[in-house]
Ligand binder design. Structure first.
Ligand code: SF4
Length: 245
């Protein structure tokens, strides 16, 4: 499958096919079509863990990667090791070009307090961009229920990745329909390790300077970038989505 040959109409057709399909069927299809040119990207939120478990249980050997900004909670770093043991795989850590200290020297200390978009760009988006150059399909754990900005995600999406090379990338969201309660039931049923911060009121967990626990009734992602009009780090918004005409 060559990504430059895919048309948005093909994506629309797949979405009709997968409208009510279980995650298992979507992952089976991705493996059959793309093999290891498709990879799971996860920040170890519940949905990513469920999805990885479903894939591994079915013998679908997708590579798994995460973005390690250098500012993750110690609990998150410990969880990565536990998950590698649990799933029996190595989770690739994508890292920024600059260490946190180098970034402070060149761009100012605690950039997340003044320019969080710039900080996210350097520490998250650019490392991901480099990884996506090597893939045809990026599999995510995004869910529609998570926030208003994610409420209309589709199961299969096509993004313009490199207009010069006429290269696109498919983003697959096999967890789009899952509810928070279903995720937690699944994790518990299968004894899957999860981030202990969830038990302390953190629903969506990113870098420690930009994450807080959330209160009853708040959006799952309300605890990210408190004090800023920012709801996404940029990794899910930096590419231009192609739509069927
Ligand atoms: Fe920087 Fe915060 Fe973005 Fe992490 S989440 S990369 S600390 S701005």
């Amino acid at each position: 499958m060559k990504m430059k040959t895919l048309e948005p109409e093909q994506i629309a057709q797949w979405n009709r096919t997968f409208q009510d399909a279980p995650t298992e069927a979507i992952l089976d299809w991705a493996w059959g079509q793309f093999g290891r040119r498709a990879a799971i990207g996860t920040s170890f939120q519940g949905a990513g863990l469920v999805m990885t478990h479903i894939a591994r249980s079915r013998g679908l050997d997708f590579p798994v990667f995460t973005v390690d900004t250098g500012l993750l909670f110690p609990e998150t770093l410990a969880l990565k090791k536990r998950l590698e043991e649990f799933f029996g795989l190595e989770i690739e850590a994508l890292t920024p070009e600059l260490t946190v200290e180098q970034q402070a020297e060149r761009h100012g200390a605690e950039l997340w307090k003044s320019q969080p978009d710039d900080c996210c760009w350097m520490r998250k988006v650019v490392p991901l961009q480099k990884k996506l150059e090597t893939l045809d399909v990026w599999i995510t754990g995004l869910r529609r229920e998570q926030s208003d900005t994610r409420s209309d995600i589709e199961i299969v999406e096509l993004y313009e990745f490199d207009p010069v090379l006429n290269r696109d990338i498919v983003k697959l969201n096999p967890m789009a329909r899952w509810k928070r309660e279903e995720i937690w039931n699944y994790l518990g049923r299968h004894g899957i390790p999860y981030n202990p911060l969830h038990d302390r009121g953190y629903h969506s967990i990113g870098c420690w300077p930009c994450t807080r626990a959330v209160g009853e009734g708040e959006d799952e992602r309300a605890g990210r970038w408190t004090g800023f009009r920012k709801t996404e780090c940029g990794i899910h918004t930096f590419l231009e989505k192609k739509k069927a005409s």
